[in-house]
Design a protein around this ligand. Structure first.
Ligand code: B1M
Length: 223
């Protein structure tokens, strides 16, 4: 991983599991006009990557990984109102989102959810550890345009195929996008997903394309 000395105090606050400091530093950054995407991409997400690296190399364990996640979540609470802010008067479409069964990782899924909301989608978030029946029932209940599946574990990403099959059997109209750290475009094709998002921004672009709105269209035009 990169030299920790080159990273921001916010990055280090996550690695120190200090949620209060994470909140303070984010507030300070926002007051100083730092862009939200920069806060995410330069500090918070690299810090979580470092946590994953430390976990994989055995220098930290599950409790520390959880404490880091909680510190990051404290920060996301502050960023949420900014990320979901949308000037649209009507929704572009509806997305049902969830992390698949057996998987408890929700930070990335929450970021995708916020980005979709911010782009003007109505988002129904089913949370984590969501089984195929719950996804199918949510489609019947909420009539979304898109279902978005997130997985962070190589052991849970495999369940996406079965979920997609059930969703498409129940509704021929439904479009499904997949994402999460171990997921890639080839995998998405192999499970017959309609799209793959590498990150939250990408998920928004794919979701817009799937409902027929070009990615290049300026925000607000479709409202
Ligand atoms: Co876990 N974990 N974890 N973990 N965890 C990983 C994923 C791991 C890579 C760490 C490692 O070993 N290096 C590893 C998986 C290895 C593998 O499968 N090959 C791992 C493991 C092994 C585990 C456990 C099995 C550990 C254990 O119990 N022994 C266990 C499993 C629990 C379970 O789910 N059943 C476990 C538990 C946990 C915590 C609960 C402690 C905690 C999660 C807390 C939470 O989410 N509320 C946790 C954490 C924090 C991580 C790491 C460190 C960070 C994940 C994260 O939040 N990243 C992670 C290492 C890593 O990813 N570098 C790791 C930040 C987030 C913004 O990124 O989630 O990738 P990400 O989301 C991105 C993109 O992936 C994408 O957009 C997001 C924004 O850019 N994206 C989508 C995500 N979903 C999308 C959906 C889309 C489109 C894009 O469309 C639908």
């Amino acid at each position: 991983m990169g030299d920790p000395a080159n990273h921001s105090p916010l990055y280090h606050a996550v690695l120190d599991y200090n949620g209060d400091l994470v909140k303070d530093l984010i507030e300070e950054a926002l007051e100083n006009g730092v862009d939200v995407q920069q806060i995410l991409s330069k500090s918070l997400i690299p810090a979580m990557d470092e946590v994953g690296f430390r976990f994989a190399s055995g220098s930290i364990f599950l409790p520390e990984m959880l404490m880091a996640a909680n510190a990051m979540k404290q920060g996301l609470k502050i960023l949420r109102p900014i990320l979901v802010r949308s000037d649209r008067k009507s929704f572009l479409g509806r997305v049902v989102i969830g992390t698949v069964q057996g998987d408890l990782h929700d930070i990335g899924k929450n970021l995708v959810s916020m980005a979709l909301e911010g782009a003007g989608f109505d988002v129904v978030d089913l949370g984590v550890d969501v089984n195929s029946d719950t996804f199918v029932q949510a489609v019947a209940r909420h009539n979304p345009d898109i279902v978005a599946l997130s997985a962070l574990l190589t052991t849970t990403m495999g369940s996406m195929k079965g979920i997609i099959r059930k969703l498409k059997t129940a509704s021929s109209e439904i479009r499904v996008i997949v994402g999460g750290a171990p997921v890639n475009a080839d995998f998405a094709t192999s499970v017959e997903a309609d799209g793959f998002g590498a990150d939250a921004r990408d998920a928004v672009i794919i979701a817009r394309q799937l409902i027929g709105i070009p990615a290049t269209e300026p925000p607000g035009k479709a409202a």
